[in-house]
Ligand binder design. Structure first.
Ligand code: PGA
Length: 250
């Protein structure tokens, strides 16, 4: 099965010229990596132009954030419809950095429903900020998952992707172990099955947090995930080339 790589550039790079170079580097290696499906999430200000420049079929585009409302007095925000119009077919919902800025589970619920209504693929991002021996992270993740998916219309759950990104492993020096990810993937599916029934077993799960070419293959092999959500290593032409090559040969 193909590995899904969601390349979240976050607020990088600083110029459109560099963004074009990064797209070129990703395209170059991506064209040869038939085992890897690439989803690119550039800053929204670059999205439409990059999509227009890109002539291939192997990269799909993703908005880093969008709101469910159709329009309104919301300075600085973009709507789901605007993201769709700019040719994003995926959208990140509730990534850790946006939650840290105040995004709530209720916000993610509305955004997931709005994305599905426009036939976009929502990537619901979940993950605890810290881990202690109390096991409280399970309750935290379950809440994010249950509320975030609570407005998904019947039959549409298969269209949603869940990205588990433990906040403590984002921008860190090492990723979570594949074994722990495997355990979390089982918990995620069990939780979804508990609310939505057996279809939850097919929940597509990604891992995010300090992935690069050194740990990507093991995470895909042993972490029980369909793919990876990658920040830093996706926003550097050399690193993204190494990463995609590793995934292709894994
Ligand atoms: P990172 O970001 O790859 O830079 O750690 C991952 C994420 O935000 O999930």
């Amino acid at each position: 099965m193909k590995t899904l790589l969601v390349a979240n550039w976050k607020m990088n790079p600083s110029t459109f010229k560099e963004a074009k170079a990064l797209l070129d580097a990703t395209k170059k290696v991506g064209d040869k990596a038939k085992q890897v499906s690439i989803v690119l999430a550039p800053p929204s200000i670059y999205l439409r132009q990059l999509r227009l420049l890109y002539k291939g079929k192997r990269i799909a585009f993703c908005a880093q954030n969008a709101r469910g409302e159709n329009g309104g007095a919301l300075t600085g925000e973009i709507s789901m419809a605007q993201a769709r119009d700019a040719k994003a077919v995926f959208v990140l919902i509730g990534p850790a950095e946006r939650r840290a800025m105040g995004e709530t589970n209720d916000d993610t619920k509305k955004k997931v429903a709005a994305a599905l209504a426009l036939n976009m693929t929502p990537i619901l991002c979940i993950g605890e900020t810290e881990r202690t021996n109390s096991g409280a992270h399970y309750a935290h993740v379950a809440e994010q998952l249950i509320i975030g998916l609570s407005a998904v219309p019947k039959g549409m759950l298969k269209k949603v992707l869940v990205a588990y990104e433990p906040v403590w492993a984002i921008g860190a020096t090492s990723a979570m172990s594949p074994r722990d990810m495997h355990e979390m993937a089982i918990f995620i599916r069990k939780t979804v099955v508990g609310v939505h029934g057996e279809v939850g077993m097919q929940m597509r799960i990604l891992y995010g947090g300090s992935i690069d070419d050194t740990n990507a293959a093991d995470m895909c092999k042993e972490g029980d995930v369909e793919g990876l959500l990658v920040g830093r290593a996706s926003a550097d032409p050399r690193k993204v080339t190494q990463l995609i090559n590793v995934l292709q040969n894994a």
